[in-house]
Design a protein around this ligand. Structure first.
Ligand SMILES: [Mn+2]
Length: 297
């Protein structure tokens, strides 16, 4: 089972659930996203880093939308399970399960139900965590995501809180850093939409961006410097994204000075990593919103 690079809980959860059923290794081309660490701990899952695909007879790629996300681990022959609206892996796949739903984990759940596979607590935890992540904690999602999540909780004797606990930042130091990032944030208003931008000392920019978003921002942008590398995460509210046809990842690609960096994400979330200076990069993202939404109020 091969996850996309920076594997999130949807990828890890889906890979774990299938691997548990068919008996497979789980691998990732480079690294697992920080937010999925606790899930891996709970699952006692060992994830292989940069596995050599030629050592395996069959490889199933989960939750990946493009070959770039698999780096050197991209196999010649593979199956796939995915839900992304644009998927460029499927033309070359030997076969797979593809449906543009809210998460890969609900597709795996569908599969396991059809196979009448027994669902144990850990498999339930994995699948529910994936659904929770890709619905952004149920800020969005199709009816199947909600239904499957409920069924998984019931079948596996899990509670909503047990899944949510996987994502709560419980280090006091990190919570302090998030509070400070919120207090340091700058607020820009374009056409009535609130864009919050800040930096954070701890390496948890995704959590901080999420926190600013929950605070009420229509767009939250958080930067973190890790040595010479600039990390940036951004969330966009769905209503804004739809009304102006804004794709978070495309905003990063179009921003001045960001085209050379690693960019990932989709309509409502984007991540960025490259050598750079946040004092240059963050204003150029703000500039994009000014272009898209009109002058600052
Ligand atoms: Mn996904």
């Amino acid at each position: 089972m091969l996850c996309h690079d920076q594997a999130d809980s949807d990828a890890i959860g889906a890979a774990y659930a299938v691997s548990r059923y068919i008996g497979a290794d789980v691998g990732v081309p480079g690294a697992v996203a920080t937010h999925a660490y606790r899930l891996m701990d709970e699952l006692e899952l060992e994830v292989l880093i940069a596995p050599d695909p030629s050592r395996y007879d069959n490889v199933v790629i989960v939750d990946a939308a493009s070959p770039v996300q698999l780096k050197e681990s991209l196999p010649d022959r593979y199956y796939f399970v995915d839900h992304h609206p644009e998927n460029t892996l499927r033309e070359k796949a030997l076969g797979g399960l593809y449906d543009q739903v809210s998460s890969t984990c609900q597709l795996v759940y569908r599969l396991l139900c059809e196979l009448k596979a027994p669902l144990d607590r850990k498999t339930g935890l994995a699948l529910a965590a994936g659904i929770m992540t890709d619905t952004i904690n149920f800020h969005k999602g199709d009816s199947e995501a909600f239904r499957s999540f409920g069924e998984i909780l019931a079948t596996c004797g899990l509670t909503y809180e047990e899944i949510q606990r996987l994502y709560v930042v419980d280090e006091r130091k990190d919570r302090g850093a998030i509070c400070q990032a919120a207090l340091d944030a700058q607020k820009y208003t374009f056409n009535g939409y609130h864009v919050l931008v800040t930096t954070i000392e701890s390496n948890i920019p995704t959590f901080a961006a999420r926190a600013l978003f929950d605070l009420g921002a229509d767009v939250s942008i958080v930067g973190h410097m890790r040595g010479e590398e600039a990390e940036i995460r951004m969330y966009i509210r769905q209503e804004l994204s739809q009304k102006y046809n804004i794709n978070a990842a495309h905003v990063f690609k179009a921003a001045r000075g960001m085209d050379g960096g690693g960019i990932w994400g989709y309509a409502l979330f984007a991540g960025y990593r490259a050598k750079g200076d946040l004092k240059v990069l963050l204003p150029s993202i703000i500039e994009q919103f000014s272009t898209l939404l009109g002058d600052e109020e």
